[in-house]
Design a protein around this ligand. Structure first.
Ligand code: HEC
Ligand code: HEC
Ligand code: HEC
Ligand code: HEC
Ligand code: HEC
Ligand code: HEC
Ligand code: HEC
Ligand code: HEC
Length: 411
């Protein structure tokens, strides 16, 4: 945590004019100049990025973000001051309190905390990570998207946990998250954050192919054909259908558009938990759904929007009742009757069951939510139908084989 340059209350009242209120001492300006001059030689890329940012224009300097208290866990003495290489959301919150508090309400902020302790069906991935696949894989895989728990050893950031820009990174000052996951340093651009490719670093692949889904949707096709011409730099609140005629991920999940205000809480417009094994409604789902619908209404009619949701809800119901429930019942019975061990991923059927809900089950539901027919169909329900049959056959075989073995031993 850095020392407060000016009272937070003042900041929140006149957030738009705080740039001018940065009353830096002369000493701070001299130090800041030293950082710039030397780093232009040692790491010019960093200084040039910063020079091209709104921060440089607003005279937010290297030490405004990097200076640390001597007592901070991650502080190191550097050229006459204490600095930290890690700049956490708590540091940004001195000047951007609203963005940080919204971010803290989202599921993004929790993305790292759960990795090592989930229960029930949802324990799938974390057992895979640390026990089946191995620690090195978890560090370069899961934790790069979800975030590591950054540790400090003898005043140095532990190389096993740093660098890391995962979305829910647990920082040495106790704060969570990494703003650079969407606004890379040192440009900290909103244009970059609004591009779907940014979200796609993490939101892609067999288990949550949101980027691929978007690319297939008409929205994504329009973005691909003309998105490079759109002005993505317009400030929050003013970015409108005049500037982009199809939504990007940010438009639907975060941006201010029409009557809606911009938010860093990506969970605030979702009515379903589509990532879960069995889809469930979110808390206050009606309110969240009406926010998402308000996004659509900037470009579509009420009927178009309502009917999309109706078709999407039917897909969720179909998946839950016709695919997930019967297979889950079959699996539960195998565990209950000791046909399977309690350990996860030590039997082949457990991999198949995992993929059933975690891969094709998610693709079917997510494809439908974001208008990608091929993900709903061929990557989704087709695979579900095929594997529902295979899983049922495997269950019968497991029972048959074990029963036969037991009879043989009794003889
Ligand atoms: C005389 C040159 C010089 C000056 C002045 C200087 N730095 Fe550095 N800085 C370096 C060099 C060289 C490195 C890389 C070697 C190292 O990690 O010590 C570095 C590393 C860093 C790092 C990365 C540390 C890490 O652990 O990865 C940060 C952050 C940093 N400097 C910020 C600053 C800030 C902020 C200032 C102004 C207060 C500053 N530097 C002033 C030369 C300088
Ligand atoms: C708006 C806040 C902010 C400002 C201003 C800022 N930095 Fe940074 N800096 C960051 C963040 C954020 C990171 C990435 C680390 C992280 O995610 O915590 C970073 C990373 C770094 C690193 C390590 C990155 C690497 O790739 O090795 C260095 C070195 C550094 N900054 C130097 C500087 C220098 C020099 C300046 C001034 C020209 C500066 N920073 C200005 C926020 C800032
Ligand atoms: C000392 C105050 C201060 C700190 C600390 C600070 N910022 Fe800023 N930030 C500003 C100011 C001032 C602006 C320009 C606002 C404007 O022009 O509306 C700005 C603008 C931005 C923008 C908008 C850029 C654009 O393209 O419109 C982003 C994104 C941003 N900051 C992110 C961050 C992040 C992330 C951190 C922490 C790593 C951070 N800031 C730390 C003061 C700060
Ligand atoms: C660095 C990786 C990363 C980036 C970049 C990223 N996300 Fe995420 N996102 C995640 C992870 C991990 C989760 C799951 C968190 C969990 O379940 O604990 C997630 C979850 C979500 C959710 C679901 C929230 C919920 O409540 O179910 C939405 C919506 C979302 N992200 C939207 C976005 C958008 C939009 C962008 C780009 C503007 C983006 N994300 C960028 C990693 C990322
Ligand atoms: C490419 C980035 C990426 C990698 C690598 C990754 N995840 Fe994820 N993970 C995500 C995203 C994005 C979501 C959110 C999916 C959604 O909400 O649609 C997610 C969701 C999850 C969830 C569901 C959380 C919930 O709220 O139900 C768990 C658990 C999880 N991941 C654990 C892991 C583990 C453990 C690993 C490593 C074996 C891993 N992930 C690898 C990006 C990633
Ligand atoms: C999931 C991606 C994502 C993450 C993580 C993220 N941002 Fe943003 N940020 C965005 C998007 C997208 C916008 C543009 C929103 C819009 O269009 O209304 C934005 C806009 C901003 C702005 C400009 C606000 C304005 O009024 O112009 C600031 C400041 C900002 N973010 C700060 C932060 C800080 C601080 C963090 C860390 C807590 C952070 N962001 C983390 C995606 C992200
Ligand atoms: C046209 C608007 C729109 C666009 C564009 C869009 N989404 Fe979505 N997204 C939705 C809707 C609608 C849902 C389902 C909402 C609900 O549950 O009520 C959703 C759901 C999600 C979920 C939640 C899945 C879960 O686990 O519950 C994630 C994550 C997500 N989107 C990420 C993204 C990413 C990343 C992009 C860009 C590559 C993107 N979205 C583009 C509208 C959009
Ligand atoms: C910024 C404007 C914009 C927003 C916001 C937007 N859309 Fe669209 N959408 C379009 C345009 C343009 C098309 C292409 C229409 C055509 O085919 O002529 C389209 C197409 C569609 C289609 C037809 C897909 C197909 O394959 O033909 C559906 C369904 C749809 N949108 C639903 C939604 C929903 C639901 C939301 C809100 C979650 C939403 N849209 C948000 C602009 C938008």
């Amino acid at each position: 945590m850095k020392r407060l340059l000016f009272p937070v209350l003042f900041l929140t009242i006149c957030a738009s004019t705080y740039a001018g209120s940065l009353n830096k001492s002369k000493k701070d300006s001299i130090i800041a100049k030293k950082c710039e001059v030397c780093h232009t030689r040692t790491s010019p890329g960093i200084v040039h990025d910063w020079e091209n940012s709104l921060h440089a224009k607003a005279k937010v300097t290297c030490i405004d973000c990097h200076e640390a208290e001597k007592t901070d866990a991650d502080a190191r003495a550097h050229e006459g001051v204490y600095i930290s290489a890690l700049v956490s959301p708590a540091d940004c919150s001195r000047c951007h309190p609203q963005q940080v508090s919204d971010f803290n309400n989202s599921l993004h902020v929790k993305a790292a905390s759960f990795i090592q302790n989930l229960e029930g069906d949802r324990a799938g991935d974390n057992v895979l990570a640390y026990h089946v696949e191995g620690k090195a894989a978890a560090i370069m895989g899961c934790e790069k998207c979800h975030g590591s728990q950054v540790k400090v050893i003898d005043g140095k950031l532990d190389p096993e946990t740093w660098p890391n820009n995962g979305i829910g990174r647990v920082n040495p000052d106790g704060s969570k998250g990494s703003c650079t996951a969407c606004h890379t340093r040192h440009k900290f651009s909103i244009a970059e954050a609004r591009r779907p490719e940014t979200c796609g670093t993490c939101h892609m692949g067999p288990d949550h192919p949101q980027l691929e889904i978007y690319n297939e949707s008409k929205h994504g096709v329009i973005y691909a054909s003309e998105g490079h011409e759109w002005n993505m730099d317009i400030s929050t609140g003013a970015w409108d259908t005049r500037h982009h005629r199809a939504p990007t991920c940010a438009t639907c999940h975060m941006s201010g558009i029409g009557e809606l205000t911009s938010t860093h809480d990506v969970s605030s417009r979702l009515s379903w938990e589509l990532e879960w094994p069995r889809t469930a409604k979110t808390e206050n789902w009606q309110e969240k759904r009406s926010k998402m619908k308000a996004v659509c209404l900037s470009c579509h009619s009420q009927g178009w929007t309502d009917n999309h949701y109706l078709q999407f809800d039917n897909v969720v119901k179909l998946y839950n009742e016709e695919y997930f429930d019967p297979i889950k019942e079959g699996m539960d019975a195998l565990y209950r009757e000791n046909y399977l061990t309690k350990d996860k991923f030590d039997e082949e059927i457990e991999f198949k069951y995992f993929e059933f809900w975690h891969h094709e089950g998610r693709r079917a539901r997510m494809g439908a939510s974001m208008m990608a027919p091929d993900f709903t169909q061929w990557h989704g329900f087709y695979e579900l139908a095929k594997h529902r049959l295979e899983l049922k056959n495997m269950m019968q075989e497991i029972r048959h084989k074990k029963d036969q073995d037991e009879q043989y031993h009794k003889k």
